[in-house]
Design a protein around this ligand. Structure first.
Ligand SMILES: [Zn+2]
Length: 327
């Protein structure tokens, strides 16, 4: 049902910038007006974005597992499948990720991953990769929490990597989750406003990169939500409401207001990225669907179908949230 739109866009493969904001709640993302945590996004970019998880719509976005902590979520995002990861200590991902697929297609030198949290490396790839830079490095400023790198360092490195015109760039920010766990609503609000400024800068930078920026789709999401009410500081299986999250995408052809009643999950992100990048053959083994981001996705899916690179990308039956790594 997502493949029927007429293809008006050329089938030029896209580049993708994925930005994740750790543990940012949909309740904060969708605050509008004077209380908005993301005022630039709502004022300048939302009209061109395809948005998932808005409580005012029937297009939901969810975590696909019941753990509702970071690493299982990031691993599902990167693999597009269920993973053997019951918690943040599960170690390196054991299934092929989008990064591994890109490397197999000879695009390893066109990827970059910049993460504040060191365990982003455990989600990005089955293997150690030179282009995955996660966690605080010697000489970088310390954070008030453990070994994670401050987001401002990560963001600066990511914007530098963007100048190399990567096919796929993942920027994984983390300060939001740390301030929330510390119960620092004030610092969390400042962090969200900074994320809003950075997103605006990213989109403006892309606009100023002819030949690259207009063929790049930016996807923003999170690894999990948080508890309701006083439980907003935490997340996990004791807060099932943390399952509900958000995602939005801004790129060529996005901005359609979706009039569907549908639930999408983390597992739908990888096939979407692969479609945007023009990769087909591996998508058919994944359980997810491509997100309805408009003609840029549709054109790539149609092109892959025409080449015989994929058999079909019709939606698979939805599965309930699953226990991961539990026999
Ligand atoms: Zn957390």
């Amino acid at each position: 049902m997502f493949l029927i739109a007429a293809v008006l866009l050329s089938a030029a493969p896209q580049n993708v910038v994925l930005v994740t904001w750790d543990g940012v709640r949909w309740q904060d993302v969708f605050r509008r007006g004077p209380e908005a945590a993301l005022p630039r996004f709502w004022a300048r970019h939302a009209a061109h974005a395809t948005v998932f998880g808005d409580p005012a719509s029937s297009v939901r976005f969810e975590v696909a597992n019941v753990q509702l902590v970071s690493l299982p979520g990031y691993q599902e995002l990167m693999t597009g499948s269920p993973v053997d990861c019951p918690g943040n200590g599960c170690g390196r991902v054991k299934r092929e990720t989008i990064i591994d697929a890109l490397d197999a297609h000879g695009l390893g030198d066109r990827c970059a991953v910049l993460g504040s949290w060191w365990q982003i490396a455990d989600a990005a790839s089955m293997y150690e990769r030179t282009f995955v830079d996660a966690g605080r490095k010697p000489g970088e400023p310390a954070a008030p929490w453990g070994a994670a790198r401050r987001d401002r360092e990560t963001w600066a490195k990511a914007m530098s990597a963007l100048q190399g015109q990567p096919r796929f760039l993942w920027v994984a920010l983390n300060d939001s989750d740390e301030w929330a766990h510390l119960g620092r609503r004030d610092e969390l609000e400042s962090t969200l406003r900074q994320y809003d400024i950075w997103l605006d800068e990213l989109l403006e930078t892309l606009r100023a990169m002819p030949g690259y920026g207009e063929n790049t789709t930016v996807i923003v999401s999170t690894d999990h939500g948080r508890g309701d009410g006083a439980a907003w500081v935490d997340h996990g299986r004791e807060s099932p409401e943390a399952r509900r999250i958000f995602a939005f995408a801004i790129g060529p052809g996005t901005g359609e207001k979706l009039e569907i009643d549908e639930t999408f999950t983390h597992r739908d992100v990888r096939p979407t990225i692969e479609a945007l990048l023009g990769l087909g053959p591996r998508a058919r083994v994944l359980p997810g669907v491509t997100l309805p981001l408009g003609p840029a996705v549709t054109a790539q899916v149609d092109s892959a179908l025409a080449r015989g690179a994929v058999e079909a990308l019709s939606p698979a039956p939805r599965q309930p949230p699953q226990e991961l790594g539990v026999p």
